[in-house]
Design a protein around this ligand. Sequence first.
Ligand code: PNS
Length: 158
Amino acid sequence: MQKVVCPGSFDPVTNGHIDVFKRAADISSEVVVAVLVNNQKAGLFSVEERVELIKESVKKLPSVSVLTFDGLLVDFCNDNGVTAIVKGLRAVSDFDYELQMAQMNYQLGPIETLFVSTNPLYSFLSSSLIREVSRHGGDISNLVPEPVAKALAKKYNK
Ligand code: PNS
């Protein structure tokens, strides 16, 4: 497969996301991680911070690059020569929403969505849980890349 995209909010990127990027890299020649710019939803990290944290976390993956996008994912795919969307499925609870998005994106594109089954080590993991646990001082150091753990500690003055 040629170029694929891993889209998301990544506020912040977790080890679960990194696992999906690696697996996408194994089945394609190029992976673009596309960070959604969503002005209506203020996140913990700015989009610029999220991009920087992902870049620092994928340094050892030469075929992975990081961009931002605004608007429809299918337009980003068309503009960037992307062949397919790759997403992780953590559990059955992800399936309904992911299937709906995949079908809409195929209808709009058409563009295929491929799902990789999340490593069970990370199936309970989400960015929102990482923010919550970290805010209350919990140890998330084995669940996120090192630059993210450091950035979270700084955000929460830990
Ligand atoms: O990490 P998230 O928040 O689950 O990622 C969701 C994302 C960014 C993949 C999705 O919201 C998206 O693709 N947004 C762009 C707008 C769009 O194309 N909407 C129609 C999707 S069917």
